[in-house]
Design a protein. Structure first.
Length: 307
């Protein structure tokens, strides 16, 4: 007889989460589950709807990277050069003025901690798209697909805006109309790298239970993800003492973050949050904060079910 009240409580928290997103000026998509509890309760708002991954796809690249390292296919201490080919602006090596040499493991750190697009693409090209796609197939992420790496995503934007490969992406975006931006394939989940919140928590759960790769590889991925520097989305909702290991993703209108929330009592929760803002404004602090607020509501609900 206890199932009905629990179901009613889940419905209520999901309605509360939907209101959090709406009040911030966005539509939200969320899935949360406790790690280590098979077939346990979950919280979902549009959890099976397709969403644009943006840089959240880098979790897949990281998983393929640590797999290759563990298999001995890649010496992560070897060094490579990030050249002008990958210099598209933004943080990290993508915004450097000069070529830079770094180890593969340091590029993986830059890819995940600050979302360095150049580091991502150098790693992606070293691994090969098939290695990343194998992560998707091996883990049964049936609603997840990639169109390639960052440069493939940006190439689609340039093409959609009528530019050429030699055109500056930032200038094209600044001169584009709102109508042109809203029509970009990069913003439309079926036509870009996409997934669902549930698929993403499945990926995270596999990394945190050593099911995605050998145990040492999964531990390396978890350690890297715990060093992300951005505090304005998922982390903003949780108090000190709660550890967050996550990856953000951003495109016009899309603001995302997915990660694992670890409490001092040892309980861990995989949470994937994707938001589609009502406007194209570059700065969306309310939407950013709604990611943390919604994640907190979901996780606290799951924690309360055990009380």
């Amino acid at each position: 007889m206890s199932a009905a009240p629990a179901a009613t409580a889940s419905t209520a928290v999901e309605a509360d989460i939907a209101r959090i997103f709406a009040d911030a000026g966005a539509r939200g998509f969320l899935h949360a589950r406790e790690i280590g509890v098979e077939d346990g309760p979950e919280v979902g708002v549009g959890s099976d709807d397709p969403v644009a991954l943006a840089s959240v796809f880098k979790i897949l690249v990281l998983t393929a990277f640590v797999r290759d390292v563990a298999a001995g296919a890649l010496d992560q201490t070897a060094r490579t050069t990030v050249t002008a080919r990958y210099r598209i602006g933004g943080v990290g090596t993508a915004g450097f003025a000069d070529d830079v040499e770094a180890s593969w493991r340091d590029l993986a750190l830059l890819m995940m901690t600050m979302s360095d697009n150049a580091a991502t693409d150098v790693i992606y090209h070293r691994l090969g798209g098939d290695a990343v796609d194998r992560v998707i197939s091996d883990l049964g992420l049936d609603r997840t697909a990639l169109i390639g790496c960052c440069e493939d995503l940006f190439a689609s934007v340039v093409e959609d805006l009528g530019g050429s490969p030699d055109d500056d992406l930032d200038e094209l975006l600044l001169s584009a109309s709102a109508e042109d931006l809203l029509a970009l394939r990069a913003l439309d989940p079926p036509r870009t790298s996409h997934s669902t919140p549930r698929d993403v928590t499945t990926l995270l759960t596999a990394l945190w239970t050593d099911a995605a790769a050998p145990a040492s590889a999964c531990e390396q991925a978890r350690t890297i993800m715990a060093q992300q520097i951005w505090p304005h989305r998922l982390s903003s909702g949780f108090p000190n003492g709660v550890q967050i290991a996550a990856k953000t993703g951003t495109l016009p209108r899309w603001r995302n973050e997915a990660g694992v929330v670890a409490y001092p009592d040892g309980r861990q929760f995989a949470v994937a949050v994707f938001t589609l803002a009502d406007t194209l404004a570059d700065r969306q602090p309310l939407v950013d904060a709604s990611i943390g607020r919604a994640a907190l509501a979901a996780v606290e609900h799951l924690r309360g079910l055990a009380d």
